[in-house]
Ligand binder design. Sequence first.
Ligand code: ATP
Ligand code: MG
Ligand code: MG
Ligand code: MG
Length: 576
Amino acid sequence: MKASQFFISTLKEAPADAEVVSHKLMMRAGMIKKLGAGVYNYMPIGLRVIRKVEAIVREEMNRAGAIEVTMPVVQPAELWQETGRFEKMGPELLRIKDRHDRDFVIQPTSEEVVTDIARQELRSYKQLPKNFYQIQTKFRDERRPRFGLMRGREFIMKDAYSFDRDQAAAKASYQVMAQAYRRIFDRFGLTYRAVAADSGAIGGDLSEEFQVIAATGEDAIVYCPSSDYAANIEKAEALAPAGPRPAPAQALTKTPTPGKSTCADVAELLGLPLAQTVKSLVLATDTLNEHGEVAKSQVWLLLLRGDHDMNEVKVGKLPGMEGGFRFATVAEIEDHFGCKPGYLGPLNLQKPVKVVADREVAVLADWVCGANEVDFHLTGVNWGRDLPEPELVADLRNVVAGDASPDGQGVLAIERGIEVGHVFYLGTKYSKAMNATFLGEDGKPAHFEMGCYGIGVTRLPAAAIEQNHDERGIIWPDAIAPFTVVICPIGMDRSAEVKAAAEKLHDELAALGVDVLLDDRGERPGAMFADWELIGVPHRVVLSDRGLKEGQVEYQHRRDTAASKLALADVLSFLK
Ligand code: ATP
Ligand code: MG
Ligand code: MG
Ligand code: MG
């Protein structure tokens, strides 16, 4: 490939709405272009990366015995009504009507359609097991699309669905997929962890998420450094033993203040500046997963300084709160946050709780809190400092770093991850809802035992960048780099030797199957190098008149701090 025949469009500055490094670098490297909220053009450089991700996923899915199909992006609502998800799924499901006023959905996943295929095509146990997969566009009307491709509304997912004759066979199919996922994520060259996840109403422990470790990840994962134990925070919390937890350094005390329990009252009573008091608002929200089950129950604790202007609270501010502090109704929360609220009400801090912020933050202890309970005030409230904007939100967690691991093998550590894959045993949830049966060996109809398996194809490059970058730009692992090698000739327009050598090297590498790009744009070296460092091509070969006279080129890996000399004659064997 020659740069002059390709499309390269880099930016000096990232747009202001790009918060995390992967979003910034993808924009600057010209990988993606924003079209609307959570909707992006995949530009040529970005598309090359996506295609490489797809190729690896496809190869490993095929190797694991899955069979590729493509299901429509626009799907008739009838199937979705059969499982009830048309109503249940909430605003993440994009519903549309055609010209005949018929309902359709844009697929967020495809359990209904694939189950419909199975109930028509798989008639006998002899045809089982089968695993159908697709690599296809998805749409989820995410409440907060952000971080570029990381949480888009339109994105590409690989989704696979297994069909088995009984539970034991389904569990075996699940394990085959979990193994294939390990191969896939190993090949991407990323640091990841497979963590136990909640399998919702179905129960059992056959649900794992594949989390790429990154400080900017939206998920918290809990693991034991001295054993194999790893789970996402929701699962870890679900398993955590109930009972009293050790009190935080500053024990919480609750003191009666009859008739005077607002922040202002308490500040006055204790002779404190208002800014040293906190008011809190607790919202409990249930987030439903794509199967309409509760995937995440979170308690949002908003701690606000007593003198805090409610108008500045971005996450917690509900319409109508402008006038001051108040509790919201269930319907309002549902409307505003797009998820089902569980418990709403004044915070009842009767036992000491440790407030663990959503990110690593320093916690200031011993604040005074008024407004939670009428006729009382509290001291010893912990207050997360430096919470990342716009989230003035802390999770109330009962699993924290240093807790004993449930397997008794050590203590727990917590780190952040990006969910790039998810394997999930479904049982007969969909086959029963859609009456999808096959004839068993005993001649009787039986419901398919199913599993579903997703990989975020367009999220993966974003996760890879979060893990692999420096101040100059992206550092791609070879497996998913837009180009593996870039040839940078210096003075190609002036020197016939450089031009000939560069083209020859390009052709020879290409003939060996190396994904090589020759930068024949005629850019000055500084600008040319900066572009490729930003774009993150792992291997760079620089050709110049001076070097060629000595039969040498300069080679630099994107991680190297300096170039090294390499004999031109050795380049092919070195790079192939
Ligand atoms: P998340 O918890 O991040 O919202 P999810 O659990 O809803 O993801 P799944 O339904 O498990 O996602 O889908 C399978 C995979 O699709 C996820 O593991 C993730 O990699 C990817 N994915 C999900 N939502 C998005 C999105 N909005 N943008 C990009 N990729 C996504
Ligand atoms: Mg989701
Ligand atoms: Mg998830
Ligand atoms: Mg998931």
